[in-house]
Ligand binder design. Sequence first.
Ligand code: PAF
Length: 277
Amino acid sequence: MQVIKSTKELDNQLDQLKKDGHQVAFIATMGALHEGHLEMIKDAKQKYDTVVCSIFVNPFQFNRKEDFETYPYRLEQDKALLIKNRCDILFLPSVDEMYPNKPKMDYKLGELSTTLEGEHRPGHFAGVVAVVSRFFEIIKPTIAYFGEKDFQQVAVIKWLVKEFQFDIKVEVFSTVRDSNGLALSSRNYNLSEEGKKKASLIYKSLEYCRKNYKKENLNQLLEKAKSILGEDFKLDYFEVVDEETFQTVKEANQIKPRAFIAAYLEGVRLIDNMSLI
Ligand code: PAF
């Protein structure tokens, strides 16, 4: 695996590969890799000629300094995992390399910036757009993989591809879960063993919503789902919205309802979502 830190070097390298007819798959990460990332790499390796992964903890997408400072960083373990899974290129830029100029952050994201993550993490999606559009400009991949756990982020990326007219396919990869249902996330590294067990209640509460959607009044459904979590969780939101418009579902008759949750456990912010049909 090649480790490239400079955008110029990456550009030259990829230009040559593309001239040789290579299709490039790109997987953006903030490191602290887990099986969810590795599944995407394995899939990409089977289908595309060159797989590029980035590890870059993007400061502009954190709305809380403490969250940025405590984000797990495991570079040596990550490199070993990438080599084992036959990643071709690891792009490991510095902040200055990524942002020679301060990024513009005034994107018109509509509902995406005022609901769920957009509402609770002001500026977060602008930071995601800034970094992913920069990656896309540098790498110009054929395809880019993103995980369904960050469902609203995927909607933001699709908006970005359309808005900036990138000729890039977006592959949405199903959430990979632990055997107890917990959605894999880099943030899980900051949970204790006990916390990881408890965190599976998030999955159970989403499953409750899925099984009982249409059987119960929506408010009741959400109240019961929240009660499954118990007192160890500090909830940011637990809502059912239409997965295309991100508008709140008021009655259980919406075409594409999806439940979204964000909650703190042991001070770690966890998110998950599930389609209710
Ligand atoms: O999902 C993530 O890990 C990040 O938001 C991403 C897409 C790598 C951008 O920093």
